[in-house]
Structure formats: C-alpha cells, structure tokens
Design a binder for this molecule. Structure first.
Ligand SMILES: NC(=O)c1ccc[n+]([C@@H]2O[C@H](COP(=O)([O-])OP(=O)(O)OC[C@H]3O[C@@H](n4cnc5c(N)ncnc54)[C@H](OP(=O)(O)O)[C@@H]3O)[C@@H](O)[C@H]2O)c1
Length: 247
C-alpha cells in the first residue's frame, strides 16, 4: 500500500516494530519519539522503502503535539493511519507512594497515555479522510487491573472508551477506530518484569507459556489498519496469549 502513517512512540519496542511493519508493507511512516532521538533515527534508517520521516513531541505537551502532527502530515502528504502507541508505566503502589508521588504518577500517566492520544487524534483527524484508520494501543491491564500501576490501568481503560466514542463519531466519515490490548510483550517497558523468576511466572500466565514479541503485536495492528478490518471499528482486540480471557 502507499499510506501515510504516524506511529507514536516508534523509537523503541512495539512502536518501532509497528513502524517497520507498515514500511515493509509499502507505506510511508512518521517515526514519532519523545526523548530517544538517537534510537528513533536508527529506526528510521533501518526502515525498508522510502519517504519516512522523524516526528518529535513530548506527548504531555499539547502545543508540541500540534506542531508535530502538522509537520508529519505535510511531510507525508496527509495522514491515513494513526497508531497511538506511546505510553508510560510508572509504579505507584497505594500503600507505598506518598500523596505527592501518587498525584504525580496519576498526572504523568494520564497526560501521556490518555490525554496525549486524544490530542494526537484531534490533530491527525484534521488531515485524515475517508478510509482513515486510528489504532489505539490499550493493555490487558485495562480489564485485569494493575495493582501496582493503577493510573496505567485507568488510562488504558480510558483509551478503550475513547476508541468507542471516536469510532461512533468518525464512522460516518468512513474512518475506522480500533484498540488492541496486548499482554506481556518483550520491550524496555516490560524488561524489569520479564527477567529472572518474574519471567517464568509471567510467561506461564499464558497457556502458550510465553510472552509476545513486538512484531506479533505489530502484525495485528497492521491488520487493524487494513481496508478489510473496517467493520472491526469500535472494538478492542485482546492480544494476550489467552492469559486473560473474558466474555
Ligand atoms: N510491553 C508490554 O508488555 C505492553 C503490554 C501491554 C501494552 N503495552 C503498551 O504498548 C505501548 C508501547 O509500549 P512498549 O512496551 O513498546 O514501551 P517502551 O518500550 O517503553 O516504549 C515506549 C515508547 O513511548 C514513548 N514515550 C513515552 N513517553 C513519552 C512522552 N512523554 N512523549 C513522547 N513519547 C513518549 C517512548 O519514546 P522515547 O523513548 O523517545 O521518549 C517510546 O518510544 C504502550 O502504550 C504500552 O502501554 C505494552
């Protein structure tokens, strides 16, 4: 295909794999990053195809987001697909965090994981027409609870609700909006939880006795962005190896 694709948080992990998957499919990708400029430049350099660009913004900064999205749209010639992938996962246990730490964790997490994607979506939609796609990266934690990162769980539940609202708002314009809710995936974010004894315990949460690779999550996101997936709009794809099953 030859689509213009903006992937947030593409400097590392799942986002880097998503950028690679779209580029390999023939699309042009804006590789967004926050602070990892060298890693993002490396991702860009290694993408197959041509016409890819870097895009920088702190997702907690609404003004920076607007400039970043407008610049990406003019470099790519519009935005056909937005993948809201960037996220943070800060621990803030209710019995351990001070009240100040608790408030900071909630403010930081909601800013990047929920309000950030809402702002990126608003800006991207200004450049998006019929056939457009927005894919929001939620988490298994939205449905299972996050005892040590409750703001993260809430932000990821919020993004599912946002997906539903946007699907209904933009469906009449031919834009489909979906979410994916991965389980444990081997990235920097999960690294501390996927080492030593913790790794075995977590991989055994899945009947497949393993965790996901970023490329697997990316392949699912590529499908959700496809023309064939239009009718999935408003839904969330559980992608957790059967580690948390629900009706
Ligand atoms: N890994 C898992 O087990 C797992 C499971 C379920 C869901 N997820 C979700 O999948 C998504 C990707 O996670 P990952 O595991 O790939 O994480 P990761 O390896 O930690 O990468 C996070 C990405 O988000 C970007 N980012 C973080 N804060 C930012 C900010 N303030 N402004 C701009 N960019 C920011 C980072 O960019 P810079 O480094 O350039 O700042 C980086 O590219 C997240 O939404 C996460 O919640 C992950």
């Amino acid at each position: 295909m030859d689509r213009s694709v903006l992937v947030t948080g593409a400097s590392r992990g799942i986002g880097a794999a998503v950028a690679h998957a779209f580029a390999a499919a023939g699309d042009r990708v804006a590789v967004h990053y926050g602070s990892s400029s060298e890693a993002a430049a490396m991702v860009l350099k290694e993408l197959p195809g041509s016409g890819h660009v870097l895009a920088h913004a702190d997702l907690a900064d609404p003004d920076a987001i607007r400039v970043m999205v407008d610049d990406a749209a003019s470099a790519l010639g519009g935005i056909d697909v937005l993948v809201n992938n960037a996220g943070v996962y800060h621990p803030h246990r209710i019995r351990e965090a001070s009240y100040d730490e608790w408030q900071q964790a909630w403010a930081d997490t909601l800013a990047v994981n929920l309000v950030g994607p809402a702002n990126v979506s608003w800006c991207a939609v200004q450049h998006m027409g019929r056939g457009g796609r927005i894919i929001n990266v939620s988490s298994r934690g939205a449905f299972r609870g996050e005892p040590n990162q409750p703001a993260y769980g809430a932000s990821k539940a919020g993004i599912v609700s946002f997906t539903q609202s946007l699907a209904r708002a933009l469906g009449p314009e031919g834009i489909a909006v979906t979410a994916i809710a991965p389980g444990w995936t081997t990235t920097d974010m999960a690294a501390v939880h996927l080492t030593g004894e913790g790794y075995d315990r977590r991989r055994l949460e899945s009947p497949l006795e393993r965790v996901a690779a970023p490329s697997e999550v990316a392949a699912a996101i590529l499908y959700l962005a496809s023309p064939e997936a239009e009718f999935a709009t408003g839904t969330v794809l559980d992608f957790n190896g059967g580690s948390h099953l629900r009706m």
